[in-house]
Design a protein. Sequence first.
Length: 242
Amino acid sequence: MKPVLIIRTGRAPDNIRGRHGDFPHWFRLGAQLLPRQISVVDVAAGEALPPPHEVAGAMITGSAAMVTERLAWSERAAGWIRNAMDAELPLFGVCYGHQLMAHALGGHVDYLPGGREIGTQPIELLDEAASDPLASTLPASFRAHTTHEQSVLELPRHSTVLARSVRDPHQLLRHGPHAISTQFHPEFNADVMRAYIKRKHADMQREGADPRQAFGNVAATPIARRLLRQFARRHGWSHAAA
């Protein structure tokens, strides 16, 4: 069996990682994969990605880096994404991974107007979701965890918006028959979301947001969390809980 690739574009902050684990662990649990089913490549540390034909698909993590920095490792990963799309490899990008996919495919990424979006947000499906094989299984509105400063401001030419939040019109994108991405974090649980709000408390206050209100509004996000599992099952990666 070919492994499922986790493309690691960063690490959780030390205090969060020490208590809650790190990105690859969250993605593996979210997709309900066994440890032996995955291969983690830390592109931010300079590790090389395998040819797309050697893996069953890939999930692309979040990062503290910014896509607009055009870091060498990030641009190499963008090139790999283009090759993977040509090969119709199943891809699921999250946050930085979402933005990187859009950038790789010709979209425009930059800072979200009005400052960061952080906390548990209501996500609203658009009409286009009704015909999407994955998004059509979702309710019209559901909650998801977010924490990001940059966003996809302009779509790639052939991508479709499936869902939005009040602040970000491009929360869920379809890039091809086997490629999808989310600005929100389906891999987060409520404890991780609270930990990020605590960490960003001063930044939020500086930007005019209320961290106490955001902390109090954190809630479970079972619909968003099941997206990774549904994607994995749809592409034959996972058939039972890990």
